[in-house]
Design a protein around this ligand. Structure first.
Ligand code: NAD
Length: 306
């Protein structure tokens, strides 16, 4: 591997976790010409990426051995910790010393613990959670918020630029995750607020598409009105127009709200709007099958309960 500060060729990349986000991200790296060794618990998903030119790996270690860069994109902090730590984890078993980049959304404290363990084992590690959802993952226009050293970020930046458009150094290890949980708490609040006013508009006889076009150009304009509409059939590409197929699963949003509110409590920060949003999404998630739906399905809580 190249020395500090130099840009690593990153020709061989291990990609672990090929879900709604990981799959399109890894596919973009394949298309950019990298040798991507992919692993997911779902063999079918790995085969699907192999059909696009990736190498199928049978274990996380098989994917990561010999790699210049390891990217993980899995559901939560426990899965991330299990992958890296312990006697069977990557830190203990890898012969080489690839740069480690975790793009999952996890607690800032977990990211810091992992980075310290990685450093002790001789690895550089970054937390690099993403924002933008599946559409931006597919377009390669995600936002990356990165925690760790500037040197490690400089080495991986060219690869991140093949999956994203906005790559920002948030600070030391854990800072990327801190920025991410702030963003997602705001996203949860903004989505619920958007759903609430869409129902109010409908009750006033307004055409949802007309109301949307007005608010897009007014002070209520937001990302969800532009790209991720909770009301069905206003934006054809939004999960709401596809039966709320995720997207960003409601269960993952609830996980992120839990991370944000735990963090707020630990810092003594008031978060009443976040707590209310957490309660609304928790209520919606009680319905059969709801946790796997896109979090924009909060819309039907208003529609049904009104
Ligand atoms: P997902 O549930 O669709 O995908 C997770 C994938 O990880 C699945 O394919 C699963 O089989 C795999 N997996 C689980 N345990 C594994 C293990 N031990 N080894 C290998 N693979 C394993 O989730 P997602 O929507 O792709 O989200 C992934 C992460 O990104 C989460 O932390 C989420 O909070 C975050 N995120 C998601 C979005 C979004 O819009 N979906 C946006 C930003 C961030």
């Amino acid at each position: 591997m190249d020395g500090p500060g130099e840009c690593v060729s990153m020709s061989r990349i291990a990609f672990i976790g090929l879900g709604n986000m990981g799959f399109p991200m890894a596919a973009n790296l394949v298309r950019a010409g990298h040798e991507v060794h992919a692993f997911d618990l779902s063999v079918e998903t790995v085969q699907r990426l192999a059909a696009e030119g990736a190498q199928a790996a049978e274990s996380p270690r098989a994917a990561a051995e010999g790699a210049d860069l390891v990217i993980t994109m899995v559901p939560n902090g426990k899965v991330v910790a299990d992958l890296y730590l312990g006697a069977e984890g990557l830190l203990a078993t890898l012969q080489g010393r690839p740069l480690l980049v975790d793009c999952s959304t996890i607690a800032p404290e977990t990211a810091r613990t992992l980075a310290a363990a990685a450093q002790e084992a001789g690895f550089a590690m970054l937390d690099a959670p993403v924002s933008g959802g599946v559409l931006r993952a597919a377009e390669g226009t995600l936002s990356f918020m990165v925690g760790g050293t500037e040197d490690a970020l400089a080495r991986v930046r060219p690869v991140l630029e093949q999956m994203g458009r906005f790559i920002v150094h948030a600070g030391g290890n854990g800072a990327g995750q801190a920025a991410k949980i702030c963003n997602n708490m705001l996203a949860a609040i903004a989505m619920a607020g958007t759903a609430e006013v869409m129902e109010l508009g409908a009750r006033n006889g307004l055409d949802p598409a007309v109301l949307t076009s007005i608010m897009q150009k007014s002070s209520g304009g937001n990302f969800f009105l532009e790209r991720w509409h909770p009301w069905p059939n206003v934006l054809p590409d939004s999960p709401s127009s596809k039966g709320y197929a995720a997207g960003f699963q409601l269960a993952l949003m609830l996980k992120d709200l839990g991370l944000a509110l735990d963090n707020a409590r630990a810092h003594g920060a008031a978060a009443p709007m976040g707590a209310l949003a957490q309660n609304l999404y928790a209520l919606r998630s009680k319905e059969e099958g709801a946790p796997a739906l896109d979090f924009s399905c909060i819309q039907t809580l208003y529609t049904r309960n009104a």
